[in-house]
Design a protein around this ligand. Structure first.
Ligand code: ATP
Length: 932
């Protein structure tokens, strides 16, 4: 047992503290200093002694509590033993400003003034950190502030004293128990006001577990300070110079505190759990205690906290060692990172971060951030790949797979097979090179059998082989997969083609929807400094598939957001899609180059117009055009109907959709380039039949059930026809011409009527129908040509006559609400004007497209395939196309070529000869100009 040894006394300023303030070693308090003239005087004095005091120089004072009426100056209870001072302290002062020498307690604590807090003069507080217990031997000055003669208190701990050891263990156990109770009670409903944040609780647990017997007094002081106890109890602990006595007093306080909490939680707990003498669920408590004990074992002992915030184990100054749980967590993470086979770059970063993580306190917010980052690193497939199914039968199998899944699309399938063939050849070449390199390395490996001399001789000879290895390495074919872009109207099978490629290759498939991505960070991730930062879509995709060589479908790349204040998402895609750059793609979150060169990117878009040119430049475009009715019929028969039959729980023999019914669905219930609506309508028919079949089965009337769907059924199942042939209602009228359009959005083609009417006026031209600038200009060109050739066309009586002198015209293109633009209606406008002025109608089944020049030439236009498919669908019989578009006919499906009479014209005169052959056949040859 210890015996206090006295040292030489020192004189220091005293700051008397009124209840509830009392400073114990290891604790920190904030003392309000409003109206504290003595504190102001102390500070003034200190600074006057050392006016150049460095800001970080420690200012030390002694905090002494005011005496309590129940205690003697040395902390003994006055009620228990009448040890002097009896009558004296009955009227002790409770205001530190008016205190006199007899009000000052016998023990105090040397404290460091660590700062002043508060904003206004009225609410300033002095922050004091208790350092060391001292005995106040004598008061040498009262005004303007107290000064006292102090004697240091030496603490002696007899480490061999088993009784003290037991007491210390009890103190630790009670401390943990109290903590567990506080945590438990804070999560219980209607808990008392004690509540502890899990982070603080955790820090406390670690702090308690780390204390050993040599710090028994420190722990007792600390616990006295943190628990809710009376002022007198605190004074008694302060006055307990003897460690055993101090432990006894603290244990007493803790025990009382524990029973108070147990008592207050009884009502809540007993209603839901096993009632016990304490009122707490014993199992739960035991578990909490066991956990605490387990932690203590794992944590071991730690030293005091130099420079740390006293009494606050989680503060930066106190080295915090994580518990077993954290240790396990870090080990697990380490293992996962090892299994993830990181790239050398990533490995370096991961090791650095792991070291940081190990040093961090788990309660720190940064710990989670660091852990999440490492988890992300472990989940990214750095080197893991699936083996491509590239054996001798690959191409045959792939072709079968594509044919099985899709009807038609021969050109696209051919291109995809080419891609697979190249991939296969590259892989084979690389395999051979790998084998050669391996053979060379094996030959270079040191041979145990040979002695050193022999080896040195041989090394000379081996030198060239190493160079050879490097040469071979260079020859390896780099895996730079081209990026394919499938462009076409919705529902034409772009997504499902990409899926089939993945299946054929045996690769994993992941779809990344880029539609509506407005933020660059969605693609590249957020920097780690942001709260809740995450990797971007690409890295997330890789994490999800878990291999470095999947097929990524970049869906709707044309709907990617444009540059805005959140960055430019399409610019972020540039790096992803450039085969020259994407082997070092950097996600902002991961911040380590990731190799994307093994990923097969297939992008899809509905239109090329909105794709930024640099992005488009990096991709190989494959066009898919809309399907013709015949193609749709085949797709429906081979793919959609069987699919819908299974989806709706039917069997092949339960339903039969004859070809005429299918054609009716295609033409009268859908009008689209793709087959998505068709699939939906077929689904409706199947569902209706499924209900009929199920009812027949339930009512035992199966023999009466008819699996065949008739034309009449369609009306009942799908409702009235949604689309009728557009041209059937149209009558030939002067000034009305059927033009052709290919909508850039959706890529489908259709017919478009051009209506021109004239009226008395002064040569004005009115344009309606949401016409774009180019279309307006094309009307101007047509009108100028007609005006300049009016006499030759026989529209005016003389060369000088102005055909527009007494009239105005109005050009309109229904449907008025749909914006239209482009020069391709030039021919139709010219013919319409001539038709109007001459009063000669043109049959609506004759459609035309082509740009006209002022000299009367008909120039080629785009979208011929779509326009012709649309024309056939709309019931057009004859089409006039520019001569320059003759080459485009090769791509047009045979069915369309068979269904339309396609004629080519090089100039307007030629066009006139085709429209009104009886009048203009000879004029077209450029010789005669007959009059209409
Ligand atoms: N040639 C085809 N053969 C068989 N089925 C097809 C064909 N074309 C499309 N389909 C079917 O049509 C449906 C829609 O196709 P998909 O989802 O691939 O369209 P998409 O072109 O990607 O459309 P979007 O541009 O709207 O994304 C799928 O069920 C697909 O199987």
């Amino acid at each position: 047992m210890g015996k206090p040894q006295s040292k030489g006394a020192v004189v220091l300023p005293l700051i008397p503290l009124a209840p509830p303030f009392a400073v114990l070693p290891t604790t920190s308090v904030k003392v309000p200093i409003a109206n504290r003239a003595d504190v102001a005087a102390i500070l003034a004095k200190i600074y006057s002694i050392s006016p150049t005091a460095k800001p970080d120089a420690a200012i030390t004072v002694v905090c002494v509590p005011l005496c309590s009426k129940q205690l003697s100056k040395d902390g003994r209870l006055l009620i228990e033993g009448n040890e002097g001072n009896n009558g004296e302290n009955s009227d002790y002062e409770s205001d530190p400003v008016n205190a006199s020498t007899r009000d000052i307690f016998g023990y105090g604590c040397i404290a460091k003034v660590s700062g002043v807090q508060g904003r206004r003069a009225g609410d300033l507080s002095l922050v004091l950190e208790g350092l060391e217990r001292v005995k106040v031997v004598n008061i040498v000055q009262e005004r303007p502030y107290f000064e006292g003669e102090l004697e240091p208190v030496e603490e002696f701990i007899d480490m061999a004293n088993s009784e003290l050891g037991d007491q210390f263990q009890l103190l630790k156990q009670l401390s943990r128990e109290l903590l567990a109770l506080v945590r438990l009670s804070s999560i219980l409903p209607r808990s008392p006001s004690v509540s502890l944040s899990p982070i603080v609780a955790r820090r406390l647990e670690v702090y308690i577990a780390r204390k050993d017997l040599s710090e028994a007094g420190v722990l007792a002081d600390f616990m006295t300070n943190v628990v809710d106890c009376t002022h007198e109890e605190r004074l008694r602990v302060l006055a307990s110079v003897d460690i055993k006595e101090r432990l006894d007093r603290t244990i007493e306080i803790l025990q009382r505190q524990i029973s108070t909490i147990q008592g207050s939680t009884r009502i809540t707990v007993t209603s839901t759990t096993i009632p016990s003498s304490t009122g707490i669920d014993l199992d739960q408590l035991r578990r909490l205690q066991q956990e605490a004990l387990r932690r203590r074992g794992a944590i071991g002992s730690g030293k005091s906290m130099p420079g740390g915030f006293p009494g606050f184990p989680g503060s930066p100054g106190s080295p915090s060692q994580s518990g077993e749980e954290e240790a396990n967590e870090v080990d697990e993470l380490k293992k996962r990172l090892q299994d993830a086979k990181l790239s050398p770059d990533a490995d370096k970063v991961a090791q650095r971060e792991l070291q940081r993580l190990q040093k961090m306190n788990p309660a720190q917010a940064e710990y989670q951030v660091c852990r999440n980052y490492l988890e992300n690193l472990a989940e990214i497939p750095w080197t893991k790949t699936t083996v491509d199914l590239l054996d001798t039968k690959t191409l045959v199998k792939a072709k079968k797979q594509l044919d099985d899944d899709h009807y038609g699309l021969d050109k696209i399938k051919k291109r995809l097979l080419e891609y697979l063939a190249v991939l296969k050849l590259k892989e084979q070449a690389n395999k051979t090179i790998d084998e050669q390199i391996r053979a060379l390395t094996d030959a270079n490996a040191p041979d145990d059998q040979k002695d050193e001399k022999e080896e040195a001789e041989e090394r000379q000879a081996k030198e060239p082989t190493e160079a050879e290895t490097r040469l071979l390495e260079k020859k390896r074919m780099v895996d730079k997969s081209p990026i394919l872009l499938l462009v076409g109207p919705p529902g034409t099978g772009k997504t499902s083609l990409a899926k089939s490629v993945a299946t054929a290759l045996g690769r994993k498939f992941h779809r990344i929807s880029l539609g509506g991505v407005r933020d660059e960070a969605e693609i590249r991730g957020h920097r780690r400094t942001y709260v809740a930062a995450m990797p971007g879509l690409i890295v997330n995709g890789l994490k999800k598939v878990g291999v470095a060589n999947p097929v990524f479908l970049l869906d709707e790349i044309d709907k990617l957001g444009v540059s805005n204040y959140n960055g430019d998402p399409s610019a972020a895609m540039l790096e992803v899609l450039d085969p020259e750059q994407n082997h070092t793609f950097t996600d902002h979150y991961v911040n380590i180059p990731i190799d994307l060169s093994k990923v097969l990117f297939i992008a899809t878009a509905n239109s090329l117009d909105t794709i930024p040119p640099p992005l488009l430049d990096r991709m190989e475009t494959i066009q898919l055009s809309g399907y013709t009715t015949l193609e749709k019929r085949n797709i429906a028969e081979r793919h959609l109907i069987p699919k819908q039959i299974t989806t709706n729980g039917l069997r092949d023999e339960n339903i039969d959709i004859p070809t005429d019914v299918l054609d009716k669905i295609i033409t009268s219930y859908t009008r689209e380039s793709g087959v998505r609506n068709l699939e939906r309508e077929i689904g409706s028919v199947c569902r209706s039949k499924a209900v009929e079949y199920a009812t027949a089965k339930d009512t035992n009337t199966l023999p009466a059930y008819n699996p065949i769907v008739t034309l009449n059924d369609l009306d009942a199942i799908l409702g009235i026809e949604r689309f009728t042939e557009e041209l059937t209602e149209q009558q030939s009228r002067p000034g009305v011409i059927t033009g052709l359009v290919a909508y850039s959005t959706g890529g489908q083609g259709s017919i478009l009527f051009i209506e021109i009417a004239d009226m008395p006026g002064r040569g004005n031209v009115q344009l309606t129908g949401t016409l774009g600038d180019v279309l307006k200009e094309s009307v101007g060109v047509a009108l100028s040509w007609v005006r300049s050739h009016a006499f030759e066309l026989g529209l005016t009586a003389s060369d000088n006559e102005n055909i527009m002198r007494d009239r105005s015209i109005h050009v309109h293109c229904p449907s008025g609400a749909i914006p239209k633009d482009g020069p391709s209606a030039g021919l139709a406008h010219t013919i319409a004007l001539i038709s109007l002025f001459s009063g000669k109608p043109v049959p609506p089944t004759l459609a035309m497209t082509g740009e006209v020049s002022l000299r009367g030439r008909v120039l080629p236009v785009g979208g011929i395939k779509e326009k012709l498919i649309g024309a056939l669908r709309a019931g057009v019989e004859r089409v006039l196309l520019p001569e320059g578009n003759r080459k485009d006919i090769r791509d047009v499906p045979q069915e369309v070529k068979d269904g339309l009479r396609i004629e080519f014209v090089g100039g307007i005169w030629e066009g006139l000869a085709k429209v009104w052959p009886e009048r203009w056949e000879t004029a077209a040859l450029g010789h005669v100009m007959p009059r209409l």
